[in-house]
Design a binder for this molecule. Structure first.
Ligand code: HEC
Length: 144
């Protein structure tokens, strides 16, 4: 029968000072039970209890604002990014929106049918349209 001190070696030198390693007579001979270990750990680190939590997120604009052509945008533009990605961009003219839609279609694979592009460009020109078309550079219409 090994001695108790051989089963319970002394606390290693590298233990942090607040780590208490108890080696009492009951731990000698039989391994410490899981419950006893848990109890000892709980004294050092209080157990964390998880409970249900009600999280309400702010209302997101998951759909485009109503208008003629909104359903085209909802059907073709929100599977990859949010409406905000479209609506919070700098305003574009309707022809510029058409170019943007074609970029999404040809470059990224937006599944919009060709015969709906013009109507969507018109819609986007209404909900996020450039008020005055100052020309491509924005300089052309300035008084000289
Ligand atoms: C297949 C995925 C996909 C679909 C569908 C899609 N987009 Fe995009 N869109 C992207 C990606 C990717 C970017 C980011 C491109 C970049 O960083 O250059 C982007 C960026 C944009 C931008 C920011 C400006 C830009 O060019 O980066 C606008 C505006 C936009 N999309 C409009 C639309 C519209 C309108 C539709 C619907 C016709 C649409 N997107 C559908 C993938 C998509």
């Amino acid at each position: 029968m090994p001695s108790c001190s051989s089963l319970c070696p002394s606390v290693p030198k590298r233990s942090p000072p607040n780590f208490s390693f108890t080696c009492v007579a009951t731990t000698c001979g039989a391994p410490e039970s899981i419950a006893a270990q848990a109890q000892r750990q709980a004294a050092v680190v209080p157990p964390v209890h998880f409970g249900p939590l009600d999280v309400s997120l702010p209302a997101g604009s998951t759909l485009f604002p109503p208008g003629e052509g909104a359903e085209i945008a909802n059907a073709n533009c929100v599977m990859c990014h949010s409406t905000g990605m479209v609506l919070r961009q700098p305003s574009l003219t309707t022809p510029e929106w058409k170019t943007e839609i074609m970029k999404m279609r040809n470059g990224f694979g937006a599944p919009i049918p060709l015969d709906q592009v013009d109507q969507l460009a018109h819609y986007l020109g209404v909900v996020n349209g450039k008020k005055n078309d100052a020309g491509p550079s924005g300089v052309d219409n300035q008084a000289s």
